[in-house]
Each structure stands twice: as structure tokens, then as C-alpha cells.
Design a protein around this ligand. Structure first.
Ligand SMILES: [Zn+2]
Length: 495
């Protein structure tokens, strides 16, 4: 008789991200107010961004340029004809009571972004494409500060700062191609890299310049129908995105398994309790009653302008990662670290352009130089040692002019004062000794000074070779060519 054992149902998560990214223009999207962060509340405002009657918005052309460049970098189709729409929403953070956004004719659509996933060993990177549904321009809302309650007046109150009202945003909507918290965090991180490489935004999550909302549902593997979609907001780091999604996947699976329906709603990530909490039922798009913005003319782009902007695009992080592996023979891990930010990648490429070996250059930059930048809290562009000097240092080691030990010894001085490594070693008399006569003299001295060790070596304690090499190094102030010293010593000891 067969006893049926219940098999555990396997689930999959269907995840899409909506990312708001602030563009780093000096002025707002429809007026000349400053976009500076951290200025006193309500000082960067004017009748246009305050939505006074009778004022007219004018599109900041740099916003259009930045949005198009972001769209191109995300492999999107750019619409030569698009328009703005009004999204009705009544909330004190937008004094107009509507937001100017783009509805049915966004500036960019149908693109993709490549993410790279590395398994736990740090090896075997896997690339995956995540589709981009659309990218559109819109204005940001103000910032509400819930100040608490005034017990004497018997009321609670909130304050509002309109400095952020009208700051330009792009909203990037992904296809539901993401399957895990890790993939989502990687997607958001790659978006941040692209935005920074392009120079169209600072992508700073803590200051809210990059904000991700997650749409997530769960279904048994093999089922066609999607599960009920939940939106999660309020995550301000990549690891919070990952943890919020992993938590939500578990919560939804448990709901399904205990026959409690998953409700379509918006949930907030609670960082202190590491869980998501229900915030409100989700509105459908019909609640916003979009209609074409009557105060702005449609946006028309010429193909010539589009071509110019395309020509301005830098090499992007994913392209660089591939090139570093295929042309420079670096590991996927090294390529990832070096392309993390554009100035680092450009520094590395300049070192190679000055003729240095790519793997050696990568090691110096990821090792000693990164450590120095961390302790001094400097950025790579502030570094005193310029790329050609680092290339020279690497050359000096390869040519056996100095040992890598000496290179490490003079590096701190080069990091602080810069200058040519060759002149520094000349000045300090640190050139490696590769002269056989000089080395033999040092070896003889060492052997004479250590008769006991010499006797032990001759009786078979060959491990003492290292001891003798060390003594020769000491004798020569670290300048002896280690390889040659080894050879000469072996020769001498087996005499
Ligand atoms: Zn203004």
C-alpha cells in the first residue's frame, strides 16, 4: 500500500521595481528655483512651484537631456514626440493639488539593464537582463515633517517644506523580471552606477535622491496566474531592499499556505523591527484622473539632437566589466570592484595607458591605494600619485630595479607627496642590488657571522635558507634582489 507523502510546494516571487531618481540640475524642472539640498525650509520656492494661479511652467531643457541620456543608457526606445500630463492628487506636499508627470507618452520605453550576480564563492558571475518598461519625467513633491502633537492645543500637526517641490525626477519602471531580494538589490545598485557614470544624478539613497518601490507577488512554480501584488516602500539602502523582499516573500508564502488571502496594498519596510507593515490600500491609476497638461507644449526631439546625446554617453559599467575581463584578463571580481565608480575606473585605465601591466595595476589600486583612500577619507581624484607615476612604480618592480618590498616602503611618501618613483629611489639610494659581486660579498659576510646555522644547514636543516636570505636582506637594507640572492645562496651552500 502506498502512503502519500505531502510534497512541499515550491514558490517563485515575481518582482518589479519603480525607481525615482532625482536629476542633478541646478534649477527645478519648471521654474528657476535652486535644487540645493539642505537649505533652510521653504527658501527655494517661487509662485510657479507653489502652484499660484496664473503662473506658467517652462520645461528645463537640461532635464530633458538628462532623461534622454538615462533612457539611452538603459537601451530604451526614445520617443521623438512625448508630452506631460496632470496626475490629480490631493495631499499637502504638492500645493498645486496635481503633479506634472508623463502618462501615456513617456520619453523612453522598452529597454533593458544587465545585472551581474556572483555566487557565494565570488566566482562564476552570471549576467541577467532585466527589462525596462518605461522611463518618464516628473516633478517631486515637498517634504512633510510630522512634528508630533501639541498637547496644550490638543491637536497633532505636521510641517511642510516645499524646497523639494518641483525638483526634477525620472521614474524608471522595470518589467517583473526579478526573482529575489538579491537580484532586486543588484538591479538598484546597477541603476545607481549608471546614473552616476552619466553624471545626471548623485544616486544618493540616504538623501532620497534614489528611491525604490517594490512590487511583489508570489505564486506556486508552474502556475500561470499571478498572485496578488503588494507594494513595499520606505527602503533607504540596497541591503534594506534585499531584506524587505526576502521578508515579504516568506510572509506571502505563509499567507497562502494558511489560506489567508494576500491583500493588494502598500506596505512600509520597518527597519527597526525588520518587517513590512500595512500602510494603505493601493489606488488604481483611474483614481489619478490623468489628462494632458494644458500649460506645456508637447516635447519634440529631432533625430540629430538624439544622435548628439547618444554620442555624449560614456562607456557604461557593464560594458567596462566585460572589457576588463576580455581585454585585460582580469577576474570578474576585480572588474566589478574597479568599475564600481567612474573615477576609479578612469584612474585604472590611465595607469594601463601609461604602459603598466593590468593585473599589477589592479592589485595596487584595489590594495594599498584603496586602503590609503579609506584611512584618509579621500576620493581617488584627490590622490597625489598620478597614474603615470604608479605605472612607473610597477615598471621599476618588473625591471627588478626595486623589490616589491621597497615599492611598498616608498608608496606612503608617493601617496602623500606624489612625484616620480625613480627619482625617489635615486635620492634614497634604494635601487635593488643585482650585482653578483656585491651580493656574494654580503652572502660571505652573513655566512661567516652565523657559523652555527651554516653547520646546521649542512647537516640537512635546509629550511634555514630563508634565514640566510633574511640576513642578506638585512645586510643590504632590503635592497638585495631576492631571486638572485636565493640562487647565489643555494649555489654557495651546496658547494
Ligand atoms: Zn520655483
Amino acid at each position: 500500500m502506498n502512503i502519500a507523502t505531502p510534497t512541499k510546494i515550491q514558490y517563485e516571487a515575481i518582482i518589479g521595481l519603480e525607481t525615482h531618481c532625482q536629476l542633478s540640475t541646478h534649477t527645478k524642472i519648471f521654474c528657476g528655483c535652486s535644487t540645493a539640498f539642505g537649505t533652510p525650509p521653504n527658501t527655494n520656492i517661487c509662485p510657479v512651484c507653489m502652484g499660484m494661479p496664473g503662473v506658467l511652467p517652462v520645461l528645463n531643457q537640461t532635464v530633458l537631456e538628462y532623461a534622454v541620456k538615462a533612457g539611452l543608457a538603459l537601451n530604451c526606445h526614445i520617443s521623438l514626440f512625448s508630452k506631460f500630463d496632470r496626475k490629480q492628487y490631493f495631499y499637502p506636499d504638492l500645493p498645486k493639488n496635481y503633479q506634472i508627470s508623463q502618462y501615456d507618452l513617456p520619453i523612453a520605453e522598452n529597454g533593458w539593464l544587465e545585472i551581474e550576480l556572483v555566487d557565494e564563492s565570488g566566482l562564476n558571475p552570471v549576467q541577467k537582463r532585466v527589462g525596462i518598461t518605461r522611463l518618464h519625467m516628473e516633478e517631486d513633491a515637498g517634504k512633510l515633517v510630522h512634528a508630533g502633537s501639541d498637547r496644550l492645543a490638543g491637536s497633532s500637526y505636521s510641517l511642510v517644506d516645499y524646497n523639494r517641490t518641483g525638483v526634477p525626477l525620472i521614474e524608471i519602471v522595470s518589467e517583473p523580471d526579478i526573482r529575489s531580494g538579491k537580484e532586486a538589490a543588484e538591479y538598484a545598485q546597477e541603476l545607481q552606477r549608471i546614473i552616476r557614470y552619466l553624471g545626471v544624478g548623485d544616486g544618493n539613497m540616504q538623501e532620497g535622491s534614489l528611491r525604490c518601490d517594490v512590487n511583489i507577488s508570489v505564486r506556486p512554480i508552474g502556475q500561470q496566474k499571478f498572485g496578488t501584488k503588494v507594494e513595499i516602500k520606505n527602503m533607504n539602502s540596497f541591503s534594506a531592499i534585499q531584506r524587505a523582499i526576502d521578508y515579504e516573500i516568506e510572509r506571502q508564502i505563509q499567507s497562502i499556505e494558511t489560506n489567508i488571502p494576500v491583500i493588494q496594498e502598500t506596505r512600509l519596510w520597518d527597519e527597526s523591527n525588520q518587517c513590512t507593515m500595512s500602510m494603505r490600500r493601493k489606488e488604481g491609476s483611474s483614481d489619478y484622473r490623468y489628462f494632458p497638461e494644458p500649460d506645456l507644449t508637447p516635447i519634440e526631439l529631432s533625430s540629430g539632437q538624439l544622435k548628439n546625446w547618444q554620442g555624449d554617453l560614456p562607456e557604461l559599467p557593464a560594458q567596462k566589466r566585460h572589457r576588463y575581463v576580455s581585454s585585460f584578463g582580469l577576474s570578474a571580481y576585480d572588474a566589478r570592484v574597479l568599475t564600481e565608480d567612474r573615477p576609479m575606473a578612469e584612474y585604472f585605465e590611465s595607469v594601463i595607458a601609461a604602459g603598466a601591466n593590468p593585473k599589477q595595476s589592479a592589485n595596487w589600486i584595489m590594495g594599498d591605494i584603496t586602503a590609503h583612500l579609506k584611512t584618509t577619507k579621500q576620493s581617488i581624484s584627490q590622490l597625489s600619485i598620478n597614474p603615470s607615476d604608479l605605472a612607473e612604480l610597477i615598471h621599476l618592480i618588473e625591471a627588478n630595479t626595486i623589490s616589491s618590498k621597497i615599492a611598498k616602503e616608498i608608496l606612503p611618501e608617493l601617496l602623500v607627496h606624489g612625484g616620480s618613483p625613480q627619482s625617489l629611489i635615486d635620492q634614497k639610494g634604494l635601487t635593488q642590488i643585482s650585482d653578483t659581486g656585491l651580493l656574494m660579498a654580503a652572502i660571505d659576510k652573513v655566512l661567516t657571522a652565523n657559523p652555527q646555522e651554516l653547520e646546521q644547514y649542512r647537516q640537512g636543516k635546509t629550511k634555514l635558507l630563508g634565514f640566510f636570505v633574511g640576513q642578506v636582506m638585512k645586510q643590504t637594507g632590503g635592497r638585495a634582489d631576492p631571486k638572485l640572492t636565493n640562487q647565489l645562496l643555494m649555489h654557495k651552500l651546496t658547494d
